[in-house]
Design a protein around this ligand. Structure first.
Ligand code: PLP
Length: 364
């Protein structure tokens, strides 16, 4: 049997007719950029998250760097972020000329909230929290720290659409929540897309200006902005996805529960769930000390996996200029050596999961 880590085609065919109708509606409308599909998606997405405003953008990376831009965080400023994140989180900081200050992750793969305060300096302006793999971070403690030290709080929700902590949805804890609609995300487009959510009317307004060449009024440019607009066609397709977001997350949670219950190989460390935190399983990430052997074994059995992520940002070639070295963040580096995301996707068949579980349990 061939099992891929992800199957995006399944997610399309499940609602094929609705997706095709939405795409045709836009194609036939004659209006392709910043129209009523985007504005209605923004309203619906804000309501889904429980925020006042949503601004559609071209990608998750744009959401991140524009968030720091509208918060006026740049050269000379420091932003605290976990050391084991996807590199886009860090690029969102450094594109603005600000410096990422790394904090080790906790046992849930999120930022270790107990290690944030020791990293705060005169230059610290913000904390960027990443709800990695779909599990909400320890937001009560993080919000309290940010309030006490008067720091901005930005959330990278690229993997946590709808995931909550103590019932409050991620993206609503801080100043700005940043989302990606990359096709493989829990709410995915059919191309690139992103958005921010905020309760601050001024920040939402600034974001609308920045995404459109820095102009509010056509051909009157207030700031040096960018071109980062969510397409009408992607917004229309995302509205279909959004309609089923809850059931799509629940389907993944059921698959995860099955893995939790039936994976029993002592070579594997299964993901842990923090009390009060939701997990929407953007990825189901296990750890294995003999990862290379396991990957080769699975390949022989026809099962493919992905490593999220093999090189932590502080060791990426792109960030040699930050001057970090191997050993600076041993927990994050240990995760990079041991984690693997096993197959899990909407539309995964029972026989596909059964086979994956059997093969994982038989690894010696
Ligand atoms: C996907 C992702 C991003 C970037 O989103 P793009 O839409 O690909 O630019 C940022 N942060 C995290 C944690 C992600 O998983």
């Amino acid at each position: 049997m061939e099992i891929q880590t992800n199957r995006l085609d399944r997610g399309f065919y499940k609602y094929q007719q609705e997706f095709e109708e939405a795409a045709l509606r836009v194609l036939r409308s004659g209006w392709y950029i910043l129209g009523k599909e985007v504005s209605s998606f923004e309203e619906e997405f804000a309501a889904y998250i429980g925020a006042k405003y949503c601004v559609g953008l071209a990608s998750g990376l744009d959401a991140l760097w524009l968030a720091f831009r509208v918060l006026n965080i740049g050269k000379g400023d420091e932003v605290i972020v976990q050391a084991n994140t996807y590199i886009a989180s860090v690029m969102g900081i450094t594109i603005n000329g600000a410096v990422p200050v790394f904090v080790e992750p906790d046992e849930y793969f999120n930022i270790d909230a107990d290690k944030i305060e020791e990293k705060i300096t005169e230059k610290t302006k913000a904390v960027l929290v990443v709800h990695l793999y779909g599990q909400a971070s320890r937001m009560d403690k993080i919000v309290e720290i940010c309030k006490r030290h008067k720091l901005r709080l930005v959330e990278d929700c690229a993997q946590s659409h709808g995931s909550a902590y103590n019932g409050k949805v991620t993206g609503t804890f801080g100043d700005i929540g940043c989302f990606s609609f990359y096709p493989s995300k829990n709410i995915g487009a059919f191309g690139d897309g992103g958005a921010i959510v905020t309760d601050d009317e001024e920040l939402a307004k600034e974001m609308r200006i920045y995404r459109n060449y820095g102009s509010e009024k056509r051909y009157y440019n207030k700031v040096v902005g960018t071109n980062s607009r969510l397409d009408e066609i992607q917004a229309a397709l995302l509205k279909v996805r959004l309609k089923y977001a809850k059931e799509l997350n629940e389907e993944k949670q059921k698959l995860a529960a099955e893995y939790d219950k039936r994976l029993n190989n002592p070579e594997l460390i299964l993901p842990k769930i923090r009390e009060g935190a939701d997990h929407i399983y953007h990825q189901y990430v296990v750890r294995c000390k003999r990862r290379d052997e396991l990957i080769n074994y699975l390949k022989e059995k026809g099962i493919s996996i992905i490593i999220h992520y093999p090189i932590p940002p502080h060791l990426a070639e792109a960030y040699t200029y930050l001057g970090h070295k191997k050993g600076d963040y041993p927990i994050a580096e240990g995760y990079a050596d041991e984690v693997l995301s096993i197959p899990m996707y909407n539309g995964m068949l029972k026989e596909e999961q059964d086979y994956t579980i059997d093969m994982l349990n038989l690894f010696r």
